[in-house]
Structures are given as C-alpha cells and as structure tokens.
Design a protein around this ligand. Structure first.
Ligand SMILES: [Fe+2]
Length: 276
C-alpha cells in the first residue's frame, strides 16, 4: 500500500488561527507532491479540537476533501471527544461524538471514519480505532494515585470506566481485523499506543505516570502478527518498534512541527515540517 499518515493535527480554527493556516499550507504541499501517487491519506486522531456542533472538524474535513483527491481514512483521538471542556454548555456524551457525530460528519465529505467502517482499497484493507487507555503500559498497571488527566475532566464516557471503554472499542477492532479476508494486506491505525516502547519518550518518573494514559496492550494483542504496519500518535514523540511481525510507527507530530509518514509497502519515510 502507498499511504501518507498524519497524526495530532489538533486543528482549532479560532484559538490557533496562525497554526491552523500554517498546517493547511503544509498539507497542501503534501497533497501536491504525493496525492496522485498514494492509495490513501490516514489521520491517527486528535485531528481537531471538539466544540459543540463540531465546527473545527467541519472545517478540517472540508479542507481535506477539497485538497486530497485520494481516499481518506481517520480515527479520532481523546481531544476529538472532549465534550466537557470549559465553556461548553451542550451535553453530548463522548460515545455519541465518537460513534455517531464524527462518523456522520466524515461521511458528508466522503471520508471514512474507521471507528465504524473498514476501508477497503485495491491494495489492501485499513482497520482503525481510537483505542483509549487502561494503564496497561504502566508498571505496575494502575493509574497513578492523585494524578487526574484532562480526559477524566473533559471526556464523558457515561457509566464506563477506562477499562470498559478499551474493552468495547477493542472488541470491535479485533472483530474487524478478524473479518479481513486471508491474503489481503492489512494496515491498522489507532490514536493511542500499543506498546510502551512506542510511546517515544525516555523512561523517567514523569513518563512512567503518563504511560498510564498512553495506550493499551490490548491493541498489540489485536494487531501483532496480523497487520504488516500499525500507526499511532497521541504522545507527540516519534518511535518505530517491531511487535511480532508488525512494525509499529508512532508518527510523532508536535504542535509546531508537523510530521507526515510516506509509506510504500513496508518502507516508511518520515518528513518533518517545522513552523517558521
Ligand atoms: Fe491524544
């Protein structure tokens, strides 16, 4: 498969106007240079900041469809479902945004939201999920006492715990992988991270705690030895790690350094565009 993979765009067209404009101009360059040769553009989540009515997602999805003529597939990230962020009075649940509002919006721009739909291409199949986290990347595998993440403040998973969010998402993800016909090339993508080594930050006390919020080993259980490549984001740090016969790439975009991966078969080239 020939792909361009991006992650962590964090588009906010009101608070970070200059950043959004700069990122769009980078994406226009990427499209000019690569769109005609790739099978698909993939986004690994935290694509835009949630706001009621999804105004930032609407602008991003419209821009992507206008700019790239190829198929586009994406998964959401935690920021895409921060329904209780300060200033919002609308009471959507994160589940509703993740499983209904974002896929419906993507459909209006002929973009595939991989949380609900598998993307089949002539060259293979893409399966994806947000993923979430369950502390399994931390040792010991428990949430750090006294530390409260913004996801705990801003997401609303209703009666679900972190573990049950992971279980629900990963059950569907594993089923989708299982249903890919034998012999078809499989590429998988998540927002959160499948193995500790792919977090991309050096081990230290701070990072040991943050690992609790980085991902889940259930992603690795689902993809290893099935997908040739797995892409993720979330930690804003690059990493490439072999997990069984699956090569896991963390894209590693930062807020002012946009990274894109150009994939041809199993060859993955990494390009960095720094904001000037
Ligand atoms: Fe994230």
């Amino acid at each position: 498969m020939r792909l361009v993979v991006l992650a962590d765009l964090h588009m906010d067209y009101t608070k970070t106007t200059r950043l959004s404009g700069w990122k769009e101009s980078v994406l226009e360059t990427v499209a000019r240079e690569h769109a005609s040769q790739i099978d698909c553009l993939l986004l690994a989540g935290d694509n835009a900041e949630y706001a009621p009515g999804l105004p930032h997602h609407k602008l991003l999805y419209r821009f992507l469809r206008k700019t790239f003529s190829c198929p586009i597939g994406l998964v959401s990230g935690n920021h895409d479902v921060w329904v209780r962020a300060p200033g919002f009075t609308q009471k959507d649940a994160s589940w509703t945004v993740l499983l209904e509002q974002l896929p419906e919006l993507a459909g209006t721009e002929d973009i595939v939201d991989l949380e609900t739909t598998t993307l089949s291409l002539a060259s293979g199949v893409i399966v994806g999920t947000y993923g979430h986290y369950d502390a399994s990347l931390r040792s010991p595998p428990v949430f750090p006492e006294g530390l409260v993440s913004n996801d705990q403040r801003y997401c609303d998973w209703e009666t679900d715990t972190h573990a049950s969010v992971v279980a629900k998402l990963l059950r569907r993800f594993a089923d989708q992988i299982q249903s890919v016909p034998a012999g078809k090339a499989l590429v998988t993508i998540s927002h959160t991270i499948p193995v500790r080594a792919a977090v991309g930050h050096p081990p230290n006390y701070f990072q040991d705690n943050m690992d609790a919020y980085a991902g889940t080993t259930r992603l690795a259980d689902s993809v290893q030895n099935k997908a040739t490549l797995h892409f993720c984001g979330h930690s804003h740090a690059p990493a490439s790690v072999q997990v069984g016969s699956t090569l896991v790439h963390n894209v590693g975009s930062k807020y002012t350094t946009l990274v894109y991966l150009l994939v041809q078969g199993t060859d993955v080239q990494r390009f960095e565009k720094k904001m000037s």
